[in-house]
Design a binder for this molecule. Structure first.
Ligand code: FES
Length: 108
């Protein structure tokens, strides 16, 4: 049996007072389903994508700078900041679907 690749995990900070992180995580899950990208095929292997909420990512200066949340893509390590629910569609389509980093959200 062929083994699946390790999942891509999106860790979304939910430590903001506004709880925008929870909304971002919810929107990402909806978009993954909508765009059919919960299971990606990369290099002939099936790769699942999981959205997980987490506590402070220690990127608060970015969370505080704008009304959005910080998130980290694991294992690749891309860090996005000031992410709002309306950015979820772009993150799923451009980053996960097309493999393009979204420069306007990049913070590290
Ligand atoms: S409050 Fe979001 S990284 Fe700390």
């Amino acid at each position: 049996m062929k083994s699946s690749a390790a999942p891509t995990r999106l860790f979304v900070c939910t430590a903001q007072k506004s709880e925008v992180g929870k909304e971002v995580a919810k929107a990402l899950k909806v978009e993954l389903k909508k765009q059919g990208l919960k299971n990606l095929f990369s290099g002939g292997e099936k790769r699942k994508t999981r959205v997980q909420t987490c506590n402070c990512l220690d990127l608060c200066k970015h969370c505080k700078k704008g009304p959005g949340a910080a998130l980290i893509m694991y294992p690749e390590g891309t860090v996005y900041g000031d992410v709002k629910p309306k950015d979820a569609a772009d993150i799923v389509r451009e980053h996960l679907g097309e493999g393009r980093v979204i420069k306007r959200l990049l913070i590290e």
